[in-house]
Design a protein around this ligand. Structure first.
Ligand SMILES: [Zn+2]
Ligand SMILES: [Zn+2]
Length: 433
Protein backbone atom coordinates (compact mmCIF):
# COMPACT_ATOMS: atom_id res chain seq x y z
CA UNK A 1 0.00 0.00 0.00
CA UNK A 2 2.66 2.41 1.12
CA UNK A 3 5.02 1.54 -1.73
CA UNK A 4 2.32 2.01 -4.38
CA UNK A 5 1.47 5.41 -2.91
CA UNK A 6 5.16 6.25 -3.02
CA UNK A 7 5.45 5.04 -6.62
CA UNK A 8 2.49 7.18 -7.65
CA UNK A 9 3.93 10.23 -5.92
CA UNK A 10 7.27 9.60 -7.55
CA UNK A 11 5.61 9.24 -10.93
CA UNK A 12 3.67 12.45 -10.51
CA UNK A 13 6.81 14.28 -9.45
CA UNK A 14 9.06 13.17 -12.27
CA UNK A 15 6.92 12.08 -15.21
CA UNK A 16 6.68 14.66 -17.98
CA UNK A 17 3.27 16.29 -17.84
CA UNK A 18 0.95 14.68 -20.37
CA UNK A 19 -0.98 17.04 -22.55
CA UNK A 20 -4.60 17.06 -21.55
CA UNK A 21 -6.54 15.17 -24.22
CA UNK A 22 -9.07 17.97 -24.37
CA UNK A 23 -6.38 20.41 -25.48
CA UNK A 24 -5.15 18.17 -28.28
CA UNK A 25 -8.77 17.60 -29.36
CA UNK A 26 -9.18 21.36 -29.53
CA UNK A 27 -6.05 21.58 -31.71
CA UNK A 28 -7.23 18.86 -34.07
CA UNK A 29 -10.60 20.54 -34.40
CA UNK A 30 -8.94 23.84 -35.34
CA UNK A 31 -6.53 22.12 -37.71
CA UNK A 32 -9.27 20.25 -39.55
CA UNK A 33 -11.43 23.39 -39.84
CA UNK A 34 -9.13 26.24 -40.84
CA UNK A 35 -10.52 29.65 -41.75
CA UNK A 36 -8.93 32.30 -43.98
CA UNK A 37 -7.92 35.75 -42.72
CA UNK A 38 -10.97 37.98 -42.08
CA UNK A 39 -13.21 34.85 -41.86
CA UNK A 40 -12.20 33.31 -38.49
CA UNK A 41 -15.83 33.14 -37.25
CA UNK A 42 -15.91 29.59 -35.86
CA UNK A 43 -12.32 29.58 -34.58
CA UNK A 44 -12.99 32.78 -32.64
CA UNK A 45 -16.28 31.43 -31.26
CA UNK A 46 -14.64 28.17 -30.13
CA UNK A 47 -11.80 30.02 -28.43
CA UNK A 48 -14.16 32.49 -26.76
CA UNK A 49 -16.30 29.65 -25.36
CA UNK A 50 -13.30 27.79 -23.94
CA UNK A 51 -11.75 30.93 -22.43
CA UNK A 52 -15.05 31.72 -20.72
CA UNK A 53 -15.10 28.21 -19.29
CA UNK A 54 -11.57 28.79 -18.01
CA UNK A 55 -12.88 31.71 -15.93
CA UNK A 56 -11.90 34.67 -18.12
CA UNK A 57 -14.07 37.66 -18.92
CA UNK A 58 -14.37 37.39 -22.68
CA UNK A 59 -15.29 39.93 -25.35
CA UNK A 60 -15.75 38.70 -28.93
CA UNK A 61 -15.91 40.61 -32.20
CA UNK A 62 -13.10 43.01 -31.30
CA UNK A 63 -11.52 44.73 -34.31
CA UNK A 64 -12.37 47.09 -37.16
CA UNK A 65 -10.72 46.81 -40.56
CA UNK A 66 -9.84 49.89 -42.56
CA UNK A 67 -12.96 49.42 -44.71
CA UNK A 68 -15.10 49.51 -41.56
CA UNK A 69 -15.92 45.79 -41.49
CA UNK A 70 -15.82 43.97 -38.17
CA UNK A 71 -12.97 41.64 -37.24
CA UNK A 72 -13.25 38.41 -35.24
CA UNK A 73 -10.85 39.35 -32.45
CA UNK A 74 -11.25 37.76 -29.02
CA UNK A 75 -10.09 39.42 -25.81
CA UNK A 76 -10.09 37.53 -22.52
CA UNK A 77 -9.22 39.22 -19.25
CA UNK A 78 -8.38 37.69 -15.89
CA UNK A 79 -7.90 40.20 -13.12
CA UNK A 80 -5.98 38.80 -10.18
CA UNK A 81 -5.16 41.55 -7.73
CA UNK A 82 -2.94 44.52 -8.31
CA UNK A 83 0.12 44.23 -10.48
CA UNK A 84 1.31 44.67 -14.04
CA UNK A 85 -0.87 44.08 -17.10
CA UNK A 86 0.48 41.38 -19.42
CA UNK A 87 -0.92 40.82 -22.90
CA UNK A 88 -0.45 37.44 -24.59
CA UNK A 89 -1.41 37.19 -28.24
CA UNK A 90 -2.14 34.21 -30.48
CA UNK A 91 -3.11 34.52 -34.14
CA UNK A 92 -5.98 32.40 -35.49
CA UNK A 93 -6.09 32.60 -39.30
CA UNK A 94 -5.11 30.00 -41.91
CA UNK A 95 -3.70 30.18 -45.45
CA UNK A 96 -5.06 29.54 -48.95
CA UNK A 97 -3.12 26.29 -49.44
CA UNK A 98 -4.54 22.79 -50.12
CA UNK A 99 -3.12 20.53 -47.39
CA UNK A 100 -1.04 17.51 -48.45
CA UNK A 101 0.19 16.15 -45.12
CA UNK A 102 -1.94 12.98 -44.93
CA UNK A 103 -2.37 13.61 -41.21
CA UNK A 104 -5.53 11.97 -39.80
CA UNK A 105 -6.84 15.44 -38.94
CA UNK A 106 -5.69 17.11 -42.18
CA UNK A 107 -7.88 19.88 -43.57
CA UNK A 108 -10.13 19.14 -46.52
CA UNK A 109 -11.64 22.61 -46.39
CA UNK A 110 -12.03 24.76 -49.48
CA UNK A 111 -13.16 28.35 -49.51
CA UNK A 112 -13.64 31.29 -51.85
CA UNK A 113 -10.87 33.89 -51.68
CA UNK A 114 -11.21 37.65 -52.16
CA UNK A 115 -10.76 37.23 -55.94
CA UNK A 116 -13.68 34.77 -56.07
CA UNK A 117 -11.49 31.70 -56.69
CA UNK A 118 -12.01 28.32 -54.96
CA UNK A 119 -8.92 27.59 -52.84
CA UNK A 120 -7.87 24.92 -50.35
CA UNK A 121 -7.47 26.20 -46.79
CA UNK A 122 -4.79 25.00 -44.39
CA UNK A 123 -3.21 25.92 -41.08
CA UNK A 124 0.20 26.03 -42.75
CA UNK A 125 1.65 28.64 -40.39
CA UNK A 126 0.79 26.92 -37.11
CA UNK A 127 -1.72 29.50 -35.94
CA UNK A 128 -3.95 26.62 -34.77
CA UNK A 129 -1.07 25.59 -32.52
CA UNK A 130 -0.70 29.15 -31.23
CA UNK A 131 -4.43 29.39 -30.45
CA UNK A 132 -4.32 26.04 -28.64
CA UNK A 133 -1.29 27.15 -26.64
CA UNK A 134 -3.12 30.33 -25.65
CA UNK A 135 -6.00 28.23 -24.34
CA UNK A 136 -3.62 25.90 -22.49
CA UNK A 137 -1.87 28.89 -20.95
CA UNK A 138 -5.24 30.36 -19.94
CA UNK A 139 -6.16 27.18 -18.09
CA UNK A 140 -2.75 26.96 -16.39
CA UNK A 141 -2.81 30.61 -15.34
CA UNK A 142 -6.34 30.29 -13.97
CA UNK A 143 -5.45 27.14 -12.03
CA UNK A 144 -2.25 28.68 -10.66
CA UNK A 145 -3.59 32.13 -9.80
CA UNK A 146 -2.15 31.90 -6.29
CA UNK A 147 1.31 32.11 -7.88
CA UNK A 148 0.90 35.49 -9.59
CA UNK A 149 -0.84 38.82 -9.38
CA UNK A 150 -1.82 41.43 -11.91
CA UNK A 151 -4.00 41.42 -15.00
CA UNK A 152 -3.73 38.92 -17.80
CA UNK A 153 -5.12 39.99 -21.17
CA UNK A 154 -5.30 37.19 -23.74
CA UNK A 155 -5.80 38.12 -27.37
CA UNK A 156 -7.06 35.79 -30.10
CA UNK A 157 -6.05 37.82 -33.15
CA UNK A 158 -7.52 37.47 -36.64
CA UNK A 159 -5.82 38.21 -39.97
CA UNK A 160 -2.12 38.00 -39.19
CA UNK A 161 -1.39 36.64 -42.66
CA UNK A 162 -2.91 39.71 -44.27
CA UNK A 163 -1.05 41.89 -41.75
CA UNK A 164 -4.15 43.88 -40.80
CA UNK A 165 -5.48 41.95 -37.78
CA UNK A 166 -3.44 43.56 -35.00
CA UNK A 167 -4.10 46.99 -36.48
CA UNK A 168 -7.82 46.24 -36.68
CA UNK A 169 -7.90 45.40 -32.97
CA UNK A 170 -5.89 48.48 -32.00
CA UNK A 171 -8.11 50.62 -34.22
CA UNK A 172 -11.14 49.26 -32.34
CA UNK A 173 -9.71 50.51 -29.06
CA UNK A 174 -7.99 47.38 -27.76
CA UNK A 175 -5.83 49.43 -25.38
CA UNK A 176 -8.56 51.92 -24.46
CA UNK A 177 -11.16 49.24 -23.72
CA UNK A 178 -8.99 46.59 -22.09
CA UNK A 179 -6.10 48.68 -20.76
CA UNK A 180 -2.68 49.43 -22.21
CA UNK A 181 -0.42 46.50 -21.32
CA UNK A 182 2.92 46.96 -19.56
CA UNK A 183 4.36 44.22 -21.81
CA UNK A 184 3.25 41.72 -24.41
CA UNK A 185 4.24 38.19 -25.37
CA UNK A 186 3.53 35.89 -28.31
CA UNK A 187 4.92 32.67 -29.70
CA UNK A 188 5.32 31.25 -33.19
CA UNK A 189 6.09 27.74 -34.40
CA UNK A 190 9.46 27.27 -36.07
CA UNK A 191 10.50 24.63 -38.60
CA UNK A 192 14.12 25.54 -37.79
CA UNK A 193 14.00 24.23 -34.20
CA UNK A 194 13.55 20.71 -32.86
CA UNK A 195 10.20 19.87 -31.32
CA UNK A 196 9.75 21.44 -27.92
CA UNK A 197 12.88 23.58 -28.14
CA UNK A 198 12.28 27.25 -27.42
CA UNK A 199 14.22 30.01 -29.19
CA UNK A 200 14.25 33.48 -27.64
CA UNK A 201 16.00 36.08 -29.77
CA UNK A 202 16.98 39.42 -28.22
CA UNK A 203 16.59 41.90 -31.08
CA UNK A 204 14.77 42.22 -34.41
CA UNK A 205 13.14 38.84 -35.05
CA UNK A 206 11.05 39.70 -38.13
CA UNK A 207 11.61 42.16 -40.94
CA UNK A 208 9.58 45.22 -41.75
CA UNK A 209 7.58 44.77 -44.94
CA UNK A 210 6.64 47.39 -47.51
CA UNK A 211 4.35 46.17 -50.30
CA UNK A 212 4.63 48.23 -53.45
CA UNK A 213 2.63 48.21 -56.70
CA UNK A 214 4.43 49.67 -59.70
CA UNK A 215 2.71 50.53 -62.96
CA UNK A 216 5.20 51.11 -65.77
CA UNK A 217 3.37 53.15 -68.37
CA UNK A 218 4.37 53.40 -72.02
CA UNK A 219 2.73 54.27 -75.28
CA UNK A 220 1.05 51.27 -76.91
CA UNK A 221 1.13 50.42 -80.59
CA UNK A 222 1.64 47.74 -83.25
CA UNK A 223 4.25 45.10 -82.42
CA UNK A 224 5.67 45.53 -85.89
CA UNK A 225 6.19 49.29 -85.44
CA UNK A 226 7.88 49.68 -82.03
CA UNK A 227 9.44 53.00 -83.06
CA UNK A 228 5.98 54.65 -82.96
CA UNK A 229 5.34 53.69 -79.30
CA UNK A 230 7.19 53.42 -76.02
CA UNK A 231 7.36 49.79 -75.00
CA UNK A 232 6.48 49.27 -71.27
CA UNK A 233 7.45 45.57 -71.47
CA UNK A 234 11.06 46.48 -72.23
CA UNK A 235 10.96 49.20 -69.56
CA UNK A 236 9.58 46.71 -67.02
CA UNK A 237 12.47 44.36 -67.82
CA UNK A 238 14.96 47.22 -67.32
CA UNK A 239 13.24 48.17 -64.08
CA UNK A 240 13.35 44.63 -62.66
CA UNK A 241 17.05 44.32 -63.47
CA UNK A 242 17.92 47.72 -62.08
CA UNK A 243 16.21 47.21 -58.72
CA UNK A 244 18.34 44.10 -58.15
CA UNK A 245 21.21 46.46 -57.42
CA UNK A 246 19.42 48.31 -54.61
CA UNK A 247 20.34 45.58 -52.13
CA UNK A 248 23.59 44.46 -53.76
CA UNK A 249 25.07 47.95 -54.42
CA UNK A 250 23.31 50.51 -52.18
CA UNK A 251 22.59 48.65 -48.98
CA UNK A 252 25.00 47.86 -46.13
CA UNK A 253 25.70 44.11 -46.51
CA UNK A 254 25.57 43.72 -42.72
CA UNK A 255 22.01 45.04 -42.56
CA UNK A 256 19.73 42.51 -44.31
CA UNK A 257 17.25 43.58 -46.98
CA UNK A 258 15.21 41.91 -49.72
CA UNK A 259 13.53 43.18 -52.89
CA UNK A 260 11.28 40.69 -54.70
CA UNK A 261 9.04 41.15 -57.73
CA UNK A 262 6.37 38.50 -57.17
CA UNK A 263 3.97 39.37 -59.96
CA UNK A 264 4.18 40.98 -63.41
CA UNK A 265 1.33 41.44 -65.83
CA UNK A 266 1.18 43.26 -69.14
CA UNK A 267 -0.12 42.86 -72.63
CA UNK A 268 -2.83 40.81 -74.30
CA UNK A 269 -1.32 39.58 -77.55
CA UNK A 270 2.15 39.05 -79.08
CA UNK A 271 1.85 41.72 -81.76
CA UNK A 272 0.46 44.51 -79.61
CA UNK A 273 2.68 46.79 -77.53
CA UNK A 274 0.60 47.39 -74.40
CA UNK A 275 0.01 50.72 -72.71
CA UNK A 276 1.27 49.55 -69.33
CA UNK A 277 2.78 46.73 -67.27
CA UNK A 278 1.83 46.15 -63.64
CA UNK A 279 4.24 44.74 -61.07
CA UNK A 280 3.73 43.71 -57.45
CA UNK A 281 6.75 43.92 -55.15
CA UNK A 282 7.45 42.87 -51.62
CA UNK A 283 10.40 44.39 -49.80
CA UNK A 284 11.84 43.42 -46.41
CA UNK A 285 14.35 45.00 -44.05
CA UNK A 286 15.23 44.84 -40.36
CA UNK A 287 16.14 48.52 -40.03
CA UNK A 288 14.24 51.66 -40.93
CA UNK A 289 17.35 52.97 -42.70
CA UNK A 290 17.44 49.94 -45.00
CA UNK A 291 13.72 50.22 -45.76
CA UNK A 292 14.13 53.91 -46.68
CA UNK A 293 16.97 53.03 -49.08
CA UNK A 294 14.83 50.33 -50.73
CA UNK A 295 11.73 52.47 -51.17
CA UNK A 296 13.75 55.43 -52.51
CA UNK A 297 15.68 53.13 -54.84
CA UNK A 298 12.49 51.70 -56.34
CA UNK A 299 11.07 55.17 -56.91
CA UNK A 300 14.30 56.41 -58.50
CA UNK A 301 14.66 53.37 -60.76
CA UNK A 302 11.08 53.66 -62.02
CA UNK A 303 11.40 57.39 -62.72
CA UNK A 304 14.89 57.10 -64.19
CA UNK A 305 13.83 54.44 -66.67
CA UNK A 306 10.89 56.57 -67.78
CA UNK A 307 13.24 59.51 -68.35
CA UNK A 308 15.88 57.48 -70.18
CA UNK A 309 13.17 56.05 -72.47
CA UNK A 310 11.95 59.56 -73.32
CA UNK A 311 8.49 59.22 -71.84
CA UNK A 312 6.42 62.38 -71.49
CA UNK A 313 5.84 63.57 -67.91
CA UNK A 314 2.17 62.53 -67.95
CA UNK A 315 3.19 58.90 -68.61
CA UNK A 316 5.50 58.72 -65.58
CA UNK A 317 5.37 55.40 -63.72
CA UNK A 318 3.04 55.07 -60.73
CA UNK A 319 4.71 53.75 -57.57
CA UNK A 320 2.19 53.03 -54.85
CA UNK A 321 2.78 51.71 -51.33
CA UNK A 322 0.03 49.31 -50.29
CA UNK A 323 -0.52 50.40 -46.68
CA UNK A 324 -2.71 47.43 -45.73
CA UNK A 325 0.18 45.05 -46.53
CA UNK A 326 2.91 47.13 -44.96
CA UNK A 327 4.20 46.91 -41.41
CA UNK A 328 7.13 47.54 -39.06
CA UNK A 329 9.88 45.12 -38.02
CA UNK A 330 9.17 43.02 -34.95
CA UNK A 331 11.76 43.88 -32.35
CA UNK A 332 12.07 41.86 -29.18
CA UNK A 333 12.91 44.12 -26.25
CA UNK A 334 16.37 42.95 -25.14
CA UNK A 335 15.78 43.21 -21.40
CA UNK A 336 12.40 41.51 -21.55
CA UNK A 337 13.75 38.82 -23.90
CA UNK A 338 16.51 37.90 -21.44
CA UNK A 339 14.02 37.80 -18.56
CA UNK A 340 11.62 35.60 -20.55
CA UNK A 341 14.46 33.33 -21.62
CA UNK A 342 15.62 32.91 -18.02
CA UNK A 343 12.10 32.04 -16.84
CA UNK A 344 11.61 29.48 -19.62
CA UNK A 345 15.05 27.99 -19.00
CA UNK A 346 14.19 27.54 -15.31
CA UNK A 347 11.02 25.68 -16.31
CA UNK A 348 12.24 23.58 -19.25
CA UNK A 349 15.98 23.19 -18.67
CA UNK A 350 18.84 24.84 -20.54
CA UNK A 351 19.08 22.03 -23.13
CA UNK A 352 15.64 23.01 -24.44
CA UNK A 353 16.15 26.76 -24.73
CA UNK A 354 18.43 28.66 -27.11
CA UNK A 355 19.05 32.16 -28.48
CA UNK A 356 16.77 31.75 -31.51
CA UNK A 357 17.45 33.51 -34.81
CA UNK A 358 15.98 36.35 -36.86
CA UNK A 359 14.17 35.85 -40.18
CA UNK A 360 13.10 38.07 -43.09
CA UNK A 361 9.44 37.09 -42.74
CA UNK A 362 7.01 39.59 -41.23
CA UNK A 363 4.75 39.56 -38.19
CA UNK A 364 2.07 42.02 -37.25
CA UNK A 365 2.71 41.29 -33.56
CA UNK A 366 5.09 44.26 -33.95
CA UNK A 367 2.02 46.53 -33.83
CA UNK A 368 1.34 45.77 -30.14
CA UNK A 369 4.54 47.54 -29.10
CA UNK A 370 3.22 50.74 -30.76
CA UNK A 371 5.44 53.11 -32.75
CA UNK A 372 8.92 53.48 -31.35
CA UNK A 373 8.59 50.34 -29.20
CA UNK A 374 6.72 52.06 -26.38
CA UNK A 375 5.58 48.74 -24.94
CA UNK A 376 8.26 46.06 -24.52
CA UNK A 377 7.29 42.90 -26.41
CA UNK A 378 8.79 39.47 -26.98
CA UNK A 379 7.86 36.88 -29.56
CA UNK A 380 9.59 33.54 -28.99
CA UNK A 381 9.69 30.42 -31.15
CA UNK A 382 8.67 26.86 -30.42
CA UNK A 383 10.26 24.10 -32.48
CA UNK A 384 7.91 21.64 -34.20
CA UNK A 385 10.21 19.38 -36.25
CA UNK A 386 11.34 15.99 -34.81
CA UNK A 387 14.97 16.34 -33.67
CA UNK A 388 16.23 13.45 -35.85
CA UNK A 389 14.58 14.83 -38.96
CA UNK A 390 15.91 18.32 -38.30
CA UNK A 391 19.46 16.96 -37.87
CA UNK A 392 19.17 15.15 -41.22
CA UNK A 393 17.85 18.31 -42.85
CA UNK A 394 20.72 20.37 -41.45
CA UNK A 395 23.14 17.79 -42.89
CA UNK A 396 21.48 18.30 -46.29
CA UNK A 397 20.11 14.75 -46.45
CA UNK A 398 16.39 15.55 -46.43
CA UNK A 399 14.17 18.54 -46.95
CA UNK A 400 11.80 19.55 -44.19
CA UNK A 401 8.53 21.15 -45.28
CA UNK A 402 8.46 24.58 -43.67
CA UNK A 403 5.61 26.91 -42.81
CA UNK A 404 3.48 28.17 -45.72
CA UNK A 405 3.88 24.85 -47.60
CA UNK A 406 1.25 22.17 -48.23
CA UNK A 407 3.29 19.46 -46.44
CA UNK A 408 4.05 21.42 -43.26
CA UNK A 409 3.28 18.91 -40.49
CA UNK A 410 4.30 20.15 -37.05
CA UNK A 411 4.83 17.56 -34.32
CA UNK A 412 1.95 19.20 -32.55
CA UNK A 413 1.30 17.49 -29.24
CA UNK A 414 4.73 17.90 -27.61
CA UNK A 415 5.09 21.35 -29.18
CA UNK A 416 1.82 22.51 -27.61
CA UNK A 417 2.96 21.09 -24.30
CA UNK A 418 6.26 22.97 -24.52
CA UNK A 419 4.48 26.13 -25.67
CA UNK A 420 2.08 26.06 -22.73
CA UNK A 421 4.89 25.35 -20.24
CA UNK A 422 7.07 28.11 -21.67
CA UNK A 423 4.33 30.73 -21.93
CA UNK A 424 3.03 29.96 -18.44
CA UNK A 425 6.53 30.09 -16.94
CA UNK A 426 7.17 33.46 -18.62
CA UNK A 427 3.79 34.88 -17.59
CA UNK A 428 4.11 33.81 -13.95
CA UNK A 429 7.61 35.27 -13.83
CA UNK A 430 6.48 38.61 -15.29
CA UNK A 431 3.49 38.76 -12.94
CA UNK A 432 5.51 37.82 -9.88
CA UNK A 433 3.91 38.41 -6.52
ZN1 LIG B 1 2.47 32.87 -41.89
ZN1 LIG C 1 2.41 32.80 -38.75
Amino acid sequence: MKSSWFATALYLAFAPPVLADALFDFYQQLHANPELSHFETNTAALLATELRKAGFQVTAGVGKYIDGSQAHGVVAVLQNGTGPRLLIRADMDALPIAEETNLPYASKVTSTNAAGQQVGVMHACGHDLHTTTLLGTAREMAARRSEWQGTLVLVGQPSEETLDGAQAMLRDGLYQRFGKPDMALAMHVSAGLATGVIGVYAGATHAAVTSIDVTIRGVGGHGAAPHRGKDPVVMAAQFINQIQTIVSRNQDPLDPAVVTVGSIHGGTKRNIIPDEVKLELTTRAHSEKAMNIIVAGIQQAAEGIAVSNGLPAERKPIVKIIETETGPANINDKKLALKVKAAITAALGSDRVNDGFPIMGSEDFARYSLQGQQIPTVLFNVGVIPAGLLAQAKAGKVQVAGTHTSKFAPEAEPAIQAGVQAMTAAAIDLLQK
